[in-house]
Design a protein around this ligand. Structure first.
Ligand SMILES: [Mg+2]
Length: 414
C-alpha cells in the first residue's frame, strides 16, 4: 500500500461510521431528555442540554435569571420529549403554544424556550454534520465582529479614569475594534447624595452640569481611542425624551456608533421621537421579545439599530426573523449579550446568517470566561469570532471549569 492509498483507506475508514450514523439518525433520532445547569459567571448562566437516544446531544443557553431553569425542566421539556429534534421551528412553536394558552409573547417563558431552541440547533448541526449557521439559510460572513462593553467608571468627572478605562480596554489581547462605554448614571456617581440643584433620585432629568460631564467624558473617550475606533454610549433607559435628545447632542461631536436605550422602553412613540430628532444613531431592543415585540418599533422606524438578545428573545431562528423584518425597513441589527461562551457562540451563528448584522456584544469579561468551553485557539481574534467548520456550534463544555463555578445548590448536569 503506497502513501496515497493508505491515506485514502484511512479517510474512508474514518468517515464510514460517521456516514452510517448520519443516515441512521435522520428522522430517527428522538429527544430523550432535557437538562439545565446554572453556572455562576458574570451572571447565573442557564446552560441547557437536549439529549437523544443516539448519544448525540445539543448545548444551549437561556438568558440568565431565576425561574428559567424551572420553566425549562417542568414546563417545556415534557412537550419535546419523544420528538424529532430536527423539527426545530415546530418544537419552538409547540413549547410556546402549550405554555401560555398559545399566548406567550414575552418574559421567562420565551427565554426558557430560547435556551432549548438554541440547544436544538447545536443538536441538528451534529446530526447533519454541519455548523449551525448553515441551517439558518447559510452565512453571509465567516467572522462576526464583536464589541467589548466596559463597566461604569467610579467618578465620571475624573477624565483620567475614562482615559485609563479606554487604555485598559484596548490593551486586552483580543484585538477589539469596537467598544461600549457607560454614559449614564452620571448623577448617582458624581453626586451620590443627589445634593446638586436639579438632582433627584426619581426624575429622568439631566442638568446642564450633567450634560457637560457626559460631553467631556465622551470627548475624552474619542480622543483616547483615536478617530477610527467605534464605540457605543449606554444610557440604560434613564432619561425623558428631551433629556435624551440633549444627551445625544452633547455626544454627537464624539461620533459614537450609537446611543443605546436613551428613553424607557415602554413607549415606542417616545423612542421614535428621539430617533427621528437626533443625529446620533439610536440602538435599542434588548428588553423586547419575538417578532411581535419588535414589530411596532421597526415599523415606526423607532431606532437605527435593533439590539437583539438572541438567547432571550426567541432563539436563533426567531432572531433571524426579527433581523429580516428590520432589514426590510433598512434598520441594522446588533446583538446584546451577557451570556457564557455557549450562548455567545450560538448567537454568533445567528449573526453570521443575518445580512445586515453589524456588531455583537461581549459584556463583563472574566478571566475564565473562554475556558468554560473547549475550543480551538482563542475564541476571539482581531475583535472577531470566526465560525468553526464543526458540527453545531463546535464547542463542548469544559467539565472542570463548569464544576468549579456551579451556582450554589447546582450539580454537574444534575
Ligand atoms: Mg444595554
Amino acid at each position: 500500500m503506497n502513501r496515497r492509498t493508505f491515506l485514502q483507506t484511512c479517510a474512508s475508514a474514518a468517515s464510514l461510521p460517521l456516514h452510517r450514523l448520519a443516515a441512521q439518525d435522520k428522522g430517527k433520532v428522538k429527544i430523550t431528555g432535557v437538562k439545565c445547569m446554572i453556572v455562576r459567571g458574570t451572571w447565573d448562566w442557564n446552560l441547557v442540554k437536549v439529549e437523544t437516544g443516539s448519544g448525540l446531544y445539543g448545548l444551549g443557553e437561556a438568558y440568565w435569571g431565576p425561574g428559567v431553569k424551572d420553566l425549562i425542566l417542568r414546563q417545556l421539556a415534557p412537550h419535546i420529549i419523544g420528538e424529532d429534534p430536527l423539527n426545530v421551528d415546530k418544537l419552538y412553536t409547540k413549547m410556546l403554544m402549550l405554555s401560555a394558552g398559545a399566548g406567550a409573547l414575552a418574559g421567562v417563558t420565551v427565554t426558557a424556550a430560547s435556551g432549548i431552541e438554541i440547544a436544538l440547533w447545536d443538536l441538528a448541526g451534529k446530526i447533519l454534520k454541519t455548523p449551525a449557521c448553515n441551517l439558518l439559510g447559510g452565512r453571509f460572513r465567516d467572522r462576526v465582529r464583536f464589541y467589548r462593553t466596559m463597566q461604569a467608571v467610579d467618578n465620571p468627572e475624573d477624565l483620567g479614569a475614562w482615559r485609563a478605562q479606554v487604555q485598559e480596554a484596548m490593551a486586552e489581547k483580543f484585538g477589539w475594534t469596537a467598544f461600549k462605554f457607560q454614559g449614564d448614571g452620571i448623577p448617582p456617581r458624581a453626586d451620590p447624595e443627589y445634593k446638586e440643584p436639579g438632582h433627584d433620585r426619581y426624575t429622568r432629568g439631566l442638568t446642564l452640569k450633567d450634560l457637560r460631564r457626559i460631553g467631556r467624558a465622551m470627548e475624552t473617550v474619542r480622543a483616547t481611542l483615536g478617530p477610527d475606533i467605534d464605540f457605543g454610549v449606554e444610557a440604560h433607559w434613564r432619561y425623558d425624551v428631551r433629556d435624551a435628545i440633549n444627551m445625544a447632542r452633547v455626544i454627537e461631536p464624539s461620533n459614537p456608533m450609537w446611543l443605546e436605550d436613551p428613553v424607557p422602553p415602554g413607549n415606542i412613540e417616545a423612542m421614535v421621537r428621539v430617533t427621528q430628532t437626533v443625529n446620533v444613531p439610536v440602538c435599542t431592543g434588548e428588553n423586547l421579545y419575538t417578532r411581535d415585540g419588535f414589530r411596532p418599533l421597526i415599523e415606526r422606524q423607532g431606532c437605527d439599530i435593533v439590539h437583539i438578545d438572541i438567547p432571550k428573545s426567541g432563539g436563533l431562528l426567531e432572531s433571524k426573523r426579527i433581523h429580516d423584518l428590520a432589514d426590510t425597513h433598512y434598520i441594522a441589527t446588533a446583538a446584546h449579550n451577557p451570556a457564557s461562551p455557549v450562548g455567545t457562540i450560538a448567537s454568533a451563528h445567528a449573526a453570521a446568517s443575518m445580512r445586515d448584522f453589524r456588531v455583537h456584544e461581549l459584556a463583563k469579561y472574566i478571566g475564565w470566561w473562554q475556558d468554560l468551553v473547549i475550543h480551538d485557539g482563542p475564541i476571539f481574534e482581531g475583535g472577531y469570532y470566526r465560525i468553526r467548520e464543526k458540527p453545531g456550534y463546535g464547542v463542548e463544555l469544559n467539565p472542570d471549569v463548569a464544576k468549579a463555578h456551579l451556582a450554589p445548590g447546582e450539580t454537574w448536569w444534575g
